[in-house]
Structure formats: structure tokens, C-alpha cells
Ligand binder design. Sequence first.
Ligand SMILES: Nc1ncnc2c1ncn2[C@@H]1O[C@H](COP(=O)(O)OP(=O)(O)O)[C@@H](O)[C@H]1O
Ligand SMILES: [Mg+2]
Length: 238
Amino acid sequence: MSPSFLKISNLSVAYEQVYALRDFSCNVEEGRITALVGSNGAGKTTFLRTLSGLLEAKQGVIEFDNADITYLPSHKRVEAGLTMVPEGRLIFPDFTVEQNLKIGAVSKRALGQVEDSLENSYKIFPKLDQRRHQLGGTLSGGEQQMLALARGMMACPRLLMLDEPTLGLAPLISDAIFEMVVHLKQIGITILIVEQDVNRTLQIADNAYVLENGVSIMEGTAREILTDPKVRESYMGI
Ligand SMILES: Nc1ncnc2c1ncn2[C@@H]1O[C@H](COP(=O)(O)OP(=O)(O)O)[C@@H](O)[C@H]1O
Ligand SMILES: [Mg+2]
């Protein structure tokens, strides 16, 4: 078997004594889009925050590149190439697009190549190029999400973790975001996406997990899950 890129084994996470994630195992393959889908409160953000080192695991193991990172501090995970684009985008409204982007170069590795990364981001996101000097707070919701993705790219990620990138966006704008996620995969970025938009997410993902109340109830290829009758009934109203 080829060594796994990111492997999570029997992970449990709790707030005080209340478990938000229980015995969750998952594999993220390099170069693929892996999706974790589930309703509000399922534990998706908890999972990404634990991978980022912002929450501590109660049990379980997180391995990245075959190294155990379960208790590695957050900044070292960033240095290793784990980058999260948080829910809600968290754009600095009074900073320009370019200033927001530069903030994304958080690791030592990324700081050494800010100018190259900026030009690269503008190539990937031409709309942001036109808006370099516009204040973040004056961008539309979709543009802010593009900026959040581009800011994530500024960290030179090896794994880009996206927390509900289409939350609150109109369907057409969501489509553009999903297309961009596919484009990022095509240029070699490994992606872990968590989403409530089960239908659309499964259409762009390679592999997926369905999370319900902190427990994985299904895993497989995105196609298998997309055609599963229970998933279609519970999450797509079909
Ligand atoms: N800071 C917190 N303190 C206590 N409970 C929390 C906290 N954040 C989330 N939870 C609880 O953990 C569960 C999972 O939440 P979350 O990971 O945010 O779900 P999702 O991202 O799938 O909507 C929910 O029941 C939520 O109420
Ligand atoms: Mg969430």
C-alpha cells in the first residue's frame, strides 16, 4: 500500500465532557479532493480545528506524511503545510485585497516567497488582480470567498482545508467557488473540504465521508455516496 498523506485514526474530540466527534477515521489521498459532508452541528468544523491544532484530540491519532502530529502545536502544522480556510472567510474589511493576501503567508516557507505567491494568486484569481487595492470589506460575498481561498494559497499549502466555502452564497456564486476548488486540485493542491451542500460537494469530490452527530455513517467514493438512496433522501430531499 502506498503511504498515506493524511491519516486519521479513531479520533474523538470533546468540548468539556460533550463529545462533538467520536471514533472518526479517515484518509486523505494526495492530489485528491476529500469531502466531509453533514448537517449543521455534525462536527465538521470541530474536525478541521482539531487537524489544525486549535482543539486537542481526546483520543485517536493524526498522521501527516507518516509522522504522528496528534499533539504537534498549531504553528508547526502550518509550517508542515496544513492550511485552513475558516468558515465565515474572516477577511480583514479595512485591509486591501493585497494586504489580506500577504497575511496568508504565515509560514517561514511562505514568507520567503511572498512576491512569487502573490503573482501566482493573481494568475489563479484574475478578479483579485483587478481589485488589488480595493478594501476587503467592499468585496461581494463570492469575491470575499475567492480572497479567502487565495489567502490560503499564500501559505504554500500541501493540504488546503476548506470550511464551508459556499455557506451563504447564491447558487451561481457557489458554482464558481466549486469550480475554483476543482481548479486548485488540477494545479496539484490536495483538498479536504467540509460542506453542508452535500449534492454539489459530492459532485466535485473524489472521496467522501458522511458525518452525523459526530459519527461517520458512510464512506466511499463520492460517486457511491452521491447515488446512495439514504443520502439522497436525507440530504438532498430526493
Ligand atoms: N466552542 C464550543 N463549545 C461547546 N460546544 C461546541 C463548541 N463548538 C461547537 N460545539 C458543539 O459541537 C458540535 C459540533 O459543532 P461543529 O463542529 O461546529 O459542527 P459543524 O461544523 O458540522 O456545523 C455541536 O453540537 C456544537 O454545538
Ligand atoms: Mg461548521
